[in-house]
Design a protein around this ligand. Structure first.
Ligand code: SF4
Ligand code: SF4
Length: 185
């Protein structure tokens, strides 16, 4: 019984430690990622010149390992700070779900950015419940949300630059890139 209690206390302490270090990482992520930017650019430039055939496989493994441990509901930093791109299909699906006309949905929530993409007018995302980090439109959310942070995408090398940017927003991406460098350096 004593051993059981000790194990429980140790497990709780480890969980608290994990939550604390996760919070610290999130608070300092932008700076940490900026400090690594030069190194990351150099690493991916080298990788673009000589892309290992197994890169997508390695990324899939690192992505799976990372998201086994990462609970996005304790983070939601992507939903709080950036906007996904809304495709026409996304807009039609979400507007239908909200029982709105597409034109009204666009007018209320979206703007067109410099690259001609439809993005959110405001951050955090208006569909994020900030009490528990749940998405109000989870089942019909934009494709870009369901695929974020794209670290398990096929032909991953094509989104190397985007991934470097995502290390400033997404702690999981930051850790995946650090692991990738260790693995392939
Ligand atoms: S639509 Fe949902 S998943 Fe996408 S940014 Fe908003 S809250 Fe996050
Ligand atoms: S995808 Fe990244 S930024 Fe978004 S909630 Fe998960 S860990 Fe946080």
């Amino acid at each position: 019984m004593f051993i059981d209690n000790c194990l429980l206390v140790t497990e709780k302490a480890l969980n608290l430690q994990k939550i604390y270090s996760e919070k610290m990482l999130l608070e300092n992520l932008e700076k940490l990622a900026k400090d690594k930017q030069k190194e990351n650019k150099k690493f991916f430039q080298r990788l673009k010149k000589r892309t290992p055939k197994r890169l997508d496989l390695v990324m899939q493994e690192l992505h799976n390992k990372e998201f086994k441990q990462t609970d996005c509901l304790t983070c939601a930093n992507c939903c709080k700070t950036t906007s996904p791109i809304f495709t026409e299909k996304d807009m039609e699906r979400i507007a239908k779900h909200l029982k709105m006309k597409v034109v009204n949905f666009k007018e209320q929530y979206l703007r067109v950015d410099r690259d001609d993409f439809h993005v959110l007018k405001t951050a955090p995302c208006p569909f994020l419940d900030e009490n528990d980090n749940m998405c109000f439109i989870y089942d019909v959310r934009p494709k870009a949300c369901s695929e974020y942070p794209h670290t398990n995408r096929r032909k991953f090398i094509q989104i190397a630059d985007l991934t470097i940017k995502n290390t400033e927003i997404c702690p999981a991406t930051y850790r995946i890139v650090e692991e990738l460098k260790k693995k392939l350096s």
